[in-house]
Structure formats: C-alpha cells, structure tokens
Design a protein around this ligand. Structure first.
Ligand code: TXA
Ligand code: MG
Length: 333
C-alpha cells in the first residue's frame, strides 16, 4: 500500500481537473473542506472505497459521509423528511451532516455505508471542495484525511505526513477555517444528535423549533469510532445463516471463498463466489457486500465462508463477517 507516488498540487483549475480525473479512475484524493481535510473516493466505486479504507487503516468498515455539490444531487441519494429538508436549507453548504434513508437506486455502494440502509450526506462550504465535486459530477465519500487513530488534518502538510505513499493526490487549499468535523444529525425518525461538530446544537434546535434527541452512543464518542457499535451489527444481517472459518462445505451450502485454494465439498456447494482468487484483501473488501448479497439473493440457507487473513483490511473484513454471523438473538434491534 505504501508505494503510490503521492502528488501535492496547489488548488487551481488544473488541480480541480486532475482531482476529478483521479476520482473517476478510482483514485484517492485529499482535499480541503471548511471543517477538516477529507480523503475522497468515488462513492459509487467499491474498489475505490476499499482502497480508501485500506489507506486509512480503519479496523472496521465505519460508514462514510457522501459529499455532494447541491441539494438536487442530495435528493437523488436520500429521502428527506420535512425536518431534514429544513436543516439542509438552513445549513448547507456548511458543517452539517444528515443521516437519511437511502433513496431507491442510491448509487453510494454498500461498502461505503457499511451495509446500512441509511446514508450520511454533506454539502461542504469550501470553494476547492465544491469545485472538485462539481467537476467530478458524482458523490464523493470522504472521511477525515488521517490514518485511523490520528488527529484530523487541518492543513495539507498534515495529510502528507500521515498518508504520503498511500493516496494519489493532495490538493492544497491552505489551512481550513473550522478545524472540527461536521455536526452529524440522524434524520431517520425524530432528529437526533449523533456527533457534535461545526454547527452548534442550539442553532439546529432553533430551526427545528424543538430539542434534538440524544443518541445513546453520542456521548464520549471518538471521532473515528462507529457511532453505535451495536447498530452496525443489527443492520447488517443477511437472511442466510453465515458460518465462518469453514474447513469444509456442507451439502447445499453456498461458499464464499477467498484465495486460490478450495475446500472439501466445494463441488456440492449450491453456489460459489470468490472474494479474491489471488488473495488480495483490497479486492476482497470491494467484493464483500456484493457477493454476500448475491448469495443471499439466490436463497442459500447457509453461507459458509473460508478463513480470511486478519492483517491489513482483513481485520475490517473479519469484523464485518463476524457481525453477519452473529446469532440473530444477540443482535440489538
Ligand atoms: O467534517 C466532516 O464531517 C469530515 C469532512 C471530511 O467532511 N468528515 C468526517 O468523516 O468527519 P469521518 O468518516 O471521520 O466521520 C464520519 C462519521 C462516522 O463517525 C460514522 O460512523 C458516521 O459519520 N456515519 C456515516 N454514515 C452513517 C450512517 N449511515 N449512520 C450513522 N452514522 C454514520
Ligand atoms: Mg475522522
């Protein structure tokens, strides 16, 4: 992973065009927003999103924020309640992220939302971010442009220190204005505060005309940690039973393979998908949600999964598979 020639360009029309081209090619581009520098990837491209998780070194597929260049684009990705629309109109562009139900046909890939049926959206108020989003023309997922566990970058030099060699391009637009991340409000029911940030709670409550609900997990929430650890588990539940670390395939089971080997009994499997025949963890992450969905769609009663190594992205892949395999009774919901 640490072998990309990361280029830094001063913000300009050329840099914008270069950034849009890199995003279209599945590349990773760091750019300034008004809150912190973000590390962007094409939200619709699971290979790009897998590379992004690998570059950040996150131990789990924490869902990402999709950045768009306007309300019309946002409306194609998610379903807005009246209250969500009021918040968007009051604070966008700006440091507010809304978690909303995914719209039918929402192009943000399952890997980017960690399999949730909601999506986090934000319109950044920064001329460089806006220009890149407009030139690219699609949604860009962007976590803060730092390695997992490190502090969020407020200038391009911080991004370079943390991610040089792991990403394609850094667009330098100078130091950011706000320096803390966006406020996240969940709008899946009555609005709740999921993460405090750049827009103060009181300003949001003034627009809503009522207090924001409190997410049970928001207090003491670390910037890089999932908002509600149980929440992801409860929302990623294939219909099929999932059996991990399989050493053989039972009759009629579907097989989710990894690497060049096969398992005893594989010829009796009802269906086979291979996350990465050459044993590449980034490729496996890119294929993970789609292949589990396919095997589930075929109606397999049980999906048996070959062992996946636990290093690098393997940690996040195993974390996700463990959630999928957790007995239903243990899933909070
Ligand atoms: O200011 C910001 O928001 C920056 C800039 C780059 O835009 N981005 C940022 O992203 O802070 P990140 O990945 O560091 O934080 C995103 C947060 C995570 O805590 C994640 O759990 C939450 O958003 N999130 C994303 N999608 C979600 C969803 N569908 N439901 C609940 N939480 C979600
Ligand atoms: Mg962060």
């Amino acid at each position: 992973m640490a072998d990309l020639p990361t280029r830094t360009l001063q913000a300009s029309d050329d840099a914008t065009a270069e950034a849009a081209r890199a995003l279209r090619n599945g590349g990773l581009v760091a750019f300034p927003t008004e809150t912190v520098y973000g590390l962007g990837a094409d939200a619709a491209n699971p290979k790009a999103v897998a590379r992004l998780y690998a570059a950040k070194g996150r131990p789990s597929f924490n869902p990402l924020i999709a950045h768009v260049d306007g309300l019309p684009a946002a409306g194609r990705l998610a379903v807005f309640s009246a209250e969500a629309l009021a918040l968007a109109q009051a604070f966008w562009p700006g440091p507010l992220t809304l978690v909303l139900p995914k719209a039918p046909g929402c192009p943000v890939c399952d890997l980017a939302t960690a399999g949730l049926d909601s999506v986090a959206l934000r319109l950044p108020a920064h001329p460089v971010a806006e220009a890149i989003l407009r030139a690219f023309g699609g949604a860009v997922v962007a976590p803060s442009a730092n390695r997992s566990g490190h502090v969020s970058p407020t200038q391009a030099a911080h991004v370079a220190e943390d991610l040089s060699g792991r990403i394609d391009l850094i667009v330098d637009g100078g130091p950011v204005r706000i320096g803390v991340e966006s406020t996240i409000v969940g709008c899946l029911g009555a609005p709740v505060l999921l993460r405090p940030g750049g827009v103060p709670r009181a300003a949001i409550e003034r627009v809503l005309g009522r207090p924001l609900g409190e997410s049970p997990s928001a207090a003491g929430h670390a910037a890089d940690a999932p908002l509600a650890p149980g929440m992801l588990a409860s929302h990623y539940a294939p219909a099929a039973r999932v059996r991990l670390e399989a050493r053989e395939v039972g009759p009629g089971e579907a097989l989710l393979a990894f690497g060049p080997q096969t398992l005893p009994g594989a010829d009796q499997a009802s269906a086979v998908r291979n996350l990465s025949p050459r044993g590449d963890l980034v490729e496996a992450a890119a294929n993970l949600f789609g292949m589990v969905r396919e095997l589930d769609g075929i109606g397999a009663k049980s999906i048996t999964v070959m062992p996946v190594p636990r290093h690098d992205l393997g940690e996040a892949i195993n974390d996700l598979l463990a959630r999928a395999a957790a007995p239903r009774g243990l899933k909070p919901d």
